[in-house]
Design a protein around this ligand. Structure first.
Ligand SMILES: [Zn+2]
Ligand SMILES: [Zn+2]
Length: 548
């Protein structure tokens, strides 16, 4: 394991609230991974930023009679608050409209130009005579030229994940009129220059998901298309030497991974560039932006002579559907993160979303009934039950003091081995990004100790009672630390109930497998960790969707 890491997740577009779909595929997996790395002693930093530029934001700000600066400042603050309420613990949350990012983007552009990766060419741009506007990106909809899916944006087909060279049957997304074509001079990034270098990088990086790699390589084989990096609008990073135009958002936004990390590290007195180049770099994304992260982003870094190293990991996950239907904000088929956290604790959502989210591009489904079942029977019925049972019994029968164990029998030795193996079992899964399987492993561990406790019947106060209490309380201690990346709030609660002093984050990952609670240690106050989700409550939650 590298002793340094920088973790990023796809930047939230500063144009609306964070919903469950956003957090499931990117922010939550990135947060769990960062917490895991930190417990392993890795100097890991999770940085993120709001993605502030682009046409949709400009138009929406105009509608709300705000400057775009005011508009994005609102969403930057709100997003950060929502993430924080969900225990997404960024080391630094910044913005693509920062002075540092603007300067860095212009620097990269100049470097690319020096290296002959930029050219200018006159293009024909859609223009709506009705709205008197150029219509970049999302303001033209039509049929994808590759897969023929209808109603796709001109800058990204959500069906096949590709960026159409030219959309078919174009329409103005604002008024529906057929746009006319007008000439304008644009700057292009020569993605075509990088086919071989990208292929080599994909071949050599053994940490990228094989299936993603494979279809990216197919794109390369079928021919890369140069990128138009220009927009005829006023809100963006100005293009050096052609300041009436700005860069396309996908030219500047992922550069904010670097500029944000540099700002944070340099402010801390660490040489940001050296750190970046000696760290493991993780970019957590959803599968809709594979093209941008596997081609555009590495090509731009290759184009500036790898002054900043390419990513080591690009964990890519599928989309969250809601009650088996595609999430859609315009059709009100979504659950806002803030709304959800008004009903249930962050840890319930973290538990559920990690549980249903494999390390793959398969879509995952949020289902209210499944949510209730997993929270009530697994999180509470299994894990909450063990914590309460083991600590409650110690409290009641031993005055909260861990007893000196009697000699271990076979069952005790098996239990001890479970504790001793847990840290490495979990590590093996977490290092490979299998967060769902690691959480499942913790649940199996908890299940084992529930059965062990039941089997030993310590309430009969027979021989072996002390060993059972001693080992069960230590199993709870292991769970407290192991659970920290997944459910940080609950983990800290268990820690307090165990009566252990100091921050739980000061423990090492290895300590999961040490029997940390020694005889005569006194527990803290013990109370149930969780409250059950009521069926009636869920009925109310479901009503919102019944009428939609
Ligand atoms: Zn398509
Ligand atoms: Zn129009």
């Amino acid at each position: 394991m590298n002793s340094k890491a920088i973790i990023t997740s796809a930047l939230p577009y500063a144009n609306g609230e964070i919903h469950l779909g956003h957090v499931a595929s990117t922010y939550l997996p990135a947060d769990v991974t960062t917490r895991f790395l930190k417990l392993n002693g890795v100097e890991a930093y999770y940085v993120c930023a709001s993605d502030d530029f682009g046409t949709p934001i400009l138009i929406q700000a105009e509608r709300e009679k705000k400057t775009p600066q005011e508009y994005v400042a609102h969403w930057n603050k709100r997003d950060y608050e929502d993430f924080t309420a969900f225990d997404i613990d960024f080391d630094f949350f910044y913005k693509t409209s920062s002075q540092e990012n603007i300067e860095f983007v212009q620097y990269v552009y100049k470097k690319l130009k020096e290296n002959n990766h930029i050219y200018e060419s006159e293009i024909i741009q859609f223009y709506c005579q009705n709205d008197k506007k150029f219509l970049p990106d999302r303001y033209v909809v039509g049929t994808c030229p590759y897969c023929k899916a209808q109603d796709q944006y001109s800058d990204l087909c959500e069906k096949c994940g590709r960026v159409p060279e030219e959309i078919e049957n174009p329409k103005c997304a604002i008024c529906g009129a057929v746009p006319v074509k007008q000439k304008t001079m644009h700057h292009f990034f020569k993605l075509k220059n990088f086919g071989d270098a990208l292929n080599k990088w994909l071949e050599e990086n053994g940490k990228l998901q094989k299936d993603v790699k494979k279809y990216v390589q197919n794109w390369i084989v079928s021919g890369l298309v140069d990128w138009d990096i220009t927009r005829d609008i006023s809100w963006g990073v100005p293009i050096p030497g052609d300041e009436s135009k700005v860069f396309y958002g996908w030219f500047d936004n992922h550069l904010a991974y670097i500029s944000t990390a540099l700002k944070f590290l340099n402010d801390k007195g660490i040489n940001g560039k050296d750190f970046w180049n000696s760290a493991d770099i993780y970019h957590f994304i959803g599968k809709d932006i594979v093209y941008h992260h596997f081609l555009f982003l590495p090509a731009m870094r290759l184009g500036i002579n790898e002054e900043y190293k390419l990513p080591d990991y690009i964990p890519t996950r599928g989309h969250l559907t809601l009650q088996s239907k595609k999430i859609s904000k315009s059709r009100n088929w979504y659950i806002g993160l803030k709304e959800f956290l008004g009903y249930y604790p962050a840890d319930y959502l973290r538990f559920y979303l990690v549980s249903i989210n494999p390390y793959s591009q398969d879509d995952l489904n949020f289902d209210w009934d499944d949510f209730v079942l997993r929270i009530n029977s697994e999180l509470i019925g299994n894990l909450g039950n063990l914590v309460n049972r083991a600590l409650g019994f110690t409290k009641k029968s031993f005055d909260g003091v861990i007893p000196t164990p009697d000699e271990f029998d076979d069952k005790d030795r098996e239990a001890e081995q479970k504790i001793k193996g847990l840290a490495s079992d979990l590590s093996a899964l977490l290092e490979q990004n299998h967060l769902d399987r690691a959480l499942k492993k913790i649940m199996e561990f908890s299940m084992f100790f529930n059965q062990y406790f039941q089997h030993k019947e310590p309430w009969k106060k027979g021989p072996g009672t002390n060993a059972c209490v001693y080992l069960s309380a230590n199993a709870v201690c292991s769970i407290a630390i192991a659970l920290y990346p997944f459910l940080p709030t609950s983990s800290k609660k268990i820690w307090a109930q165990l009566g252990l002093s100091g921050e739980i984050t000061k423990n090492s990952w290895k300590s999961i497998s040490e029997l940390m609670l020694k005889p005569s240690h006194k527990l803290g106050d013990v109370s149930p960790l969780f409250v059950k989700v009521e069926e009636d409550d869920i009925k109310k939650r479901k009503e919102k969707f019944a009428t939609t």
